[in-house]
Write a protein that binds this ligand. Structure first.
Ligand SMILES: [Zn+2]
Length: 340
């Protein structure tokens, strides 16, 4: 366990609105079936337990593989529970803003960021495929820059909104998607961390790429806990995520599935080219020490920040109390701050 606060006490670690609370209660009341999982990188079964809950206060069994340093769920929903979760619960619990809000966010932020990251390696007017495109805002941005775009997703409501704005989107999973076309690039943005069988998906993508084509992958890395989650793993852990990457563990997963890195950053935006079958790497490197060091560093900083914050609160309270303003501030705070 990273620390005692990661034990499952059923309490959420983030502020939730009423709809999220209701959706979490509804999910908890359902029949949830679990399966033990082996490491998707080295197939090991020995995990050091990191956490027993996620940010919503739901059971969440995160482990660190002792053989390779990969972080993943060592016990996770079975296929039936996963299908039910994605169909009925995922977006409501996550607090998603709906198809239009997602479209705008993808069009204005994600699409430009991905295009900028890939631009040196893109052929003008090439065919782009996005797997897990949501409402298609990223592809809208690519289409605006002259690319021939196709997107697949499973959420009909999001797809219908996207189609109404122009991009060619269709309801399909990567398992059942077929196409006479080959693509360059294939985009997998905030998808890989959800997959319980990434090897299958990475192999299928190889068959969809043109020769010399590449795969863009973006995942919320362990390193991003520093920048996007206030140094707090309990804000980062959410039950839709099965995998939690560092630069090294993503690199090892990709190498073992026959891809070589073109470029990669810490947050993690990355670009990969397929290698030929005889270049596939079977050796396992153990990144346990570097993963542990990163976790400890983040957790240590989180604790220092909390200590400083509590100290600052105590000082402020003393000052307000001595100046006779404490009661007034408390009254204002009660009016302004929504209860959890
Ligand atoms: Zn492993």
């Amino acid at each position: 366990m990273i620390a005692r606060r990661y034990e499952n006490d059923g309490e959420p670690s983030i502020r939730l609105d009423a709809r999220q609370k209701q959706s979490i209660a509804a999910f908890k009341s359902k029949r949830i079936s679990w399966r033990r999982r082996s490491c998707v990188i080295c197939e090991g079964v020995d995990f050091e337990v990191l956490s027993g809950k996620n940010r919503y206060g739901l059971e969440y069994y995160t482990g660190l593989c002792l053989c390779c340093g990969n972080i993943q769920q060592y016990k996770y929903y079975d296929q039936e529970t996963l299908c039910q979760f994605y169909a009925d619960d995922y977006r409501k619990i996550y607090g998603a803003g709906g198809p239009e809000a997602l479209f705008e966010q993808l069009r204005n932020q994600k699409g430009p960021a991905i295009l900028a990251f890939c631009s040196n390696d893109l052929m003008p007017h090439s065919k782009v495929l996005e797997i897990g495109c949501g409402s298609g805002g990223t592809l809208f941005h690519f289409a605006k820059h002259g690319f021939d775009v196709t997107g697949i997703d499973l959420d009909r409501q999001y797809l219908e909104f996207g189609v109404s704005r122009g991009p060619r989107l269709q309801e399909a999973s990567i398992e059942n998607f077929t196409s006479a076309c080959r693509y360059d690039p294939v985009i997998l943005s905030h998808v890989l961390e959800h997959l319980t069988d990434p090897g299958f998906v990475l192999a299928k993508i190889k068959s969809l790429l043109v020769e010399d084509g590449f795969l863009y992958i973006e995942v919320p890395s362990i390193h991003s806990v520093r920048t996007s989650y206030e140094w707090n793993f309990l804000e980062y852990f959410q039950n839709a995520h099965f995998l939690h990457f560092t630069r090294e563990t993503l690199g090892q997963l990709m190498r073992r599935n026959g891809y070589v890195a073109i470029r990669q950053n810490d947050f993690i935006q990355s670009l990969w080219a397929p290698t030929s079958a005889d270049e596939k790497i079977d050796e396992i490197e153990n990144f346990y020490e570097s993963t542990v060091s990163e976790i400890n560093d983040i957790e240590k900083t989180y604790r220092s920040r909390i200590r400083y914050l509590n100290f600052a609160k105590r000082v402020l309270r003393t000052v307000l109390s001595k100046t006779g303003l404490l009661a007034a501030v408390r009254r204002i705070k009660r009016r302004l701050i929504m209860p959890r």
